[in-house]
Design a protein around this ligand. Structure first.
Ligand code: KG4
Ligand code: ZN
Length: 353
């Protein structure tokens, strides 16, 4: 069973071929990130136009890297939500067209669910990938932490899951990106904030963790505002002073200390909930997915505090990619999930788990 996965929900145009839900044959990602850097965030129209330019060569490269022709492909899987409307459209229209012209079954994939499935890839001949040696087992506790989502989900089996909790406001990756902006760190904020944090004192500041009634819900807008207030205070400025100018008044060590303290608090917030859910539900495996799953501090804290071993996947499979979509496509086919009608399937920008 070989599935071609197509992903275009945000600023990555991606395609990959996965075999039997475990073997990664190719993984091609073209990012328009550089085009967004000067705006400090993804500009939807620029991202969508860039997908149009990249999608055909990316799909062709994914097939050729996997040494596959269309005859070797059993199905196509595509992200149909959640994501940016114009961006999703490009991937979905491409997949629809290919499903019709190549006569292949089409699976419509939920992007957030897809992030979990990056962890099922255990084999590859491709260089530069460090994959877990065994696939996760059910019941499976999944922490999904990306730029658009922060969710804790309990899977009883494939396609049989329950959302335990989610963020009330900003996603954790979004909070990393916004705090990085306050600190004048380059886009994308998550990786640059965690790099700056390496030289900082993570106890220098005590940022609050939101207390919510629902046991597995999060909130990141409070800690983000606390960072802004702390930085204003350090600079001797109030809300009248433009926040984008604050970073110029900070020393490198001040930036490092704020970054490290914020990172520790944000990571602790999701790790606290994951540990609590582990104690309540006793899952056989725990996995993490989404861009923030590449974060070293998150991996460190989880490994220290959970009593089971976590098999982390390669950071390249944490950020958006086609492999996670192809993998979930394989399990959709293997579990006889219904296929999408290539003549009518639509995008679902607000899709949730
Ligand atoms: O999963 P993803 O590629 O896209 C979404 O589905 O949102 O996640 C992107 C997010 C961004 O907010 C980015 O700053 C964050 O993941 N991110 C990180 C790291 N690498 C990416 N955040 C913290 N530490 C990292 N190493
Ligand atoms: Zn994502």
């Amino acid at each position: 069973m070989r599935v071609l996965g197509i992903e275009s929900s945000c600023d990555e145009t991606a395609a990959a071929v996965v075999e039997d839900g475990t073997r990664l044959l190719s993984n091609v990602v073209a990012s328009s990130m550089d085009l967004h850097a000067k705006y400090g965030g993804v500009v939807p129209e620029i991202a969508a136009r860039s997908h149009i330019e990249s999608i055909t060569p990316v799909v062709e490269q994914a097939l050729s890297d996997a040494n596959c022709t269309w005859d070797d492909i059993d199905a196509i899987a595509v992200t149909y939500g959640a994501g940016l409307g114009g961006c999703l459209l490009v991937g979905v229209m491409t997949a629809r067209t290919l499903a019709i012209t190549q006569n292949k079954p089409l699976y419509a994939i939920n992007h957030v669910e897809g992030h979990v499935y990056a962890n099922f890839l255990t084999e590859t001949n491709m260089e530069g990938y460090v994959l877990p040696t065994e696939a996760p087992k059910f019941p499976l506790l999944a922490l999904i932490v990306s730029g658009g989502h922060s969710q804790l989900v309990l899977f009883k089996d494939h396609f049989d899951y329950k959302l335990l909790g989610q963020t009330h406001d900003d996603a954790i990756g979004e909070a990393f990106d916004k705090v990085a902006k306050i600190l004048g760190l380059p886009y994308p904020g998550g990786p640059s904030l965690s790099k700056a944090a390496e030289h900082g004192n993570d106890k220098a500041f005590k940022f609050p963790k939101a207390k919510l009634e629902a046991p597995y819900d999060y909130s990141f807008s409070g800690p983000k505002t606390a960072v802004l207030r702390a930085v204003q205070q350090m600079c001797g400025k109030d809300h009248d002073f433009p926040s984008f100018k604050l970073a110029e008044l900070l020393s490198e060590s001040q930036i490092a200390d704020v970054a490290a303290s914020f990172q520790r608090t944000a990571v602790e917030t999701v790790v606290d909930k994951t540990v609590k859910a582990f104690e309540e539900f006793s899952p056989a495996s725990v996995v993490i997915g989404g861009g923030v799953a590449a974060n070293k501090e998150l991996r460190k804290q989880l490994s220290e505090r959970l009593p089971i071993e976590i098999h982390y996947t390669d950071p390249k499979l944490c950020t958006d990619n086609g492999a996670m979509i192809a993998t979930l496509g394989c399990y959709s086919a293997l579990n006889n999930r219904s296929t999408a009608d290539p003549y009518s399937i639509d995008i679902a920008p607000q899709l949730s788990m």
